[in-house]
Design a protein around this ligand. Structure first.
Ligand code: IMP
Length: 372
């Protein structure tokens, strides 16, 4: 899948299929015009690649000219005026084949047809690489069609989305992101002791999200002795960090277990920029994306005192030792903080004041989510 601006596209017609189809259309034209001379009129910009590939396979006598169609407001009485720019070839009494990349509603093609007809050619036909029959409302149907396609937006092989994608070798169809429109995917971010666990429980309850904690996923996979769990354990037993690729694979299989999720809350992940990039890539494949990163902001002194208190209640060893606490905070600042910039660049970063009562922080988080 590829992304062009705000839209996602998946491969629809491969380069090989395009090549074969163009070759077949060229053979058809060679047979139909055997012994005659043809003038191809290719419509810019979209048809440049199609025209170039097709004409290489034409063996009858031919010439090619490239034109653009433009439309402007004339006088009150004439209304909109259409003209063809760049048409210097005399078309009178010639066999003309218009080359177009796509005939959609056919309105553009009807205009071109009308203007060329005024020059009184001997014959006038239309050859298009793509045709959307269900969208067509025009008078002139194409005579040579590469592919009849459904009424969905396509790019590539000369066709553009907002001028992008013309260079692609294949033709791609837009992918409707049903999931992304409805899903709420949150990354809950903050240093150790910021209150991620407590607050994520509340967010999950209110918004019906699926909780994805990489720590929990590791433990469950190792316990269940899954293939991924066995691999992860190998690294963990050697005291090594589980590689990003393995972590993301675990996360993938976890995300895919849920049929129609309302959304996910990612807790403890991504911790590095590489993980954030991998997560973005994977969610794109799944037709969704991160909605927001909510970062709980808490002063270092406050974190330390919270962790000390938590240690007394929970008995967590890593919360009791001041040196370990400092190390965890340092790791957060050095490795995890850069993730903030990654989401900031996508305009998805929201800082939440993480100090005050638990309820106060919850209502700040809810407020930020509801305002999305
Ligand atoms: P018409 O609707 O047949 O008049 O098409 C007008 C123009 O819109 C075409 O020549 C293309 O430039 C553009 N167009 C229509 N459908 C698509 C599409 O699916 N992808 C890219 N461009 C398109």
């Amino acid at each position: 899948m590829i992304q062009l601006k705000d839209k996602y596209f998946e491969t629809f017609i491969t380069a090989d299929e395009i090549r074969k189809e163009i070759s077949a259309r060229a053979q058809q034209i060679n047979e139909d015009y055997a012994g005659q001379h043809v003038v191809f009129v290719a419509i810019l910009n979209g048809a440049f690649m199609f025209a170039s590939d097709l004409i290489k396979e034409i063996i009858v006598s031919c010439e090619i000219t490239f034109v653009k169609v433009s439309s402007y407001r004339g006088t009150e009485s004439t209304g909109r005026v259409d003209e063809i720019i760049g048409l210097t070839t005399n078309l009178r009494d010639k066999n003309i084949i218009i080359l177009e990349d796509i005939v959609d509603t056919g309105i553009t093609m009807d205009k071109i047809h009308k203007i060329i007809e005024l020059q009184k050619p001997r014959s006038l036909k239309i050859c298009t690489l793509l045709y959307k029959p269900s969208a067509h409302v025009g008078i002139h149907k194409p005579d040579y069609v590469g592919f009849s396609i459904p009424n969905a937006f396509v790019v590539g092989f000369g066709l553009d989305y907002d001028e992008l994608g013309r260079n692609l070798k294949e033709i791609y169809q837009v992918k409707e992101l049903k999931k992304a429109e409805n899903m709420l995917n949150i990354v809950l971010f903050g240093p150790p002791g910021a209150g991620k666990g407590t607050q994520s429980e509340r967010i999950i309850e209110k918004y019906g999200l699926v909780h994805l904690s990489t720590g929990d996923i590791f433990r469950a996979n190792i316990k269940g002795e899954t293939e991924l769990g066995v691999l992860a354990k190998g690294f963990m037993d050697q005291g090594k960090l589980v590689p990003d690729s393995l972590t993301i694979d675990m996360l993938k299989s976890e995300v895919r277990k849920h049929e129609n999720p309302k959304g996910f809350i990612f807790d403890g992940f991504p911790r590095t920029n590489a993980q954030a990039e991998a997560l973005d890539h994977f969610l794109t494949e799944e037709g969704t994306s991160i909605t927001v990163l909510l970062a709980l902001d808490v002063e270092e002194q406050e974190l330390k005192s919270r962790l000390k208190n938590r240690a007394e209640v929970s008995g967590r060893v890593d919360d009791a030792n001041p040196e370990v606490i400092q190390k965890r905070i340092n790791v957060y600042v050095a490795e995890t903080m850069p993730v903030k910039a990654f989401y900031q660049a996508q305009n998805k970063f929201i800082k939440i004041n993480g100090e005050g009562s638990v309820d106060e922080i919850t209502s700040r988080l809810f407020g930020a989510i509801d305002a999305l």
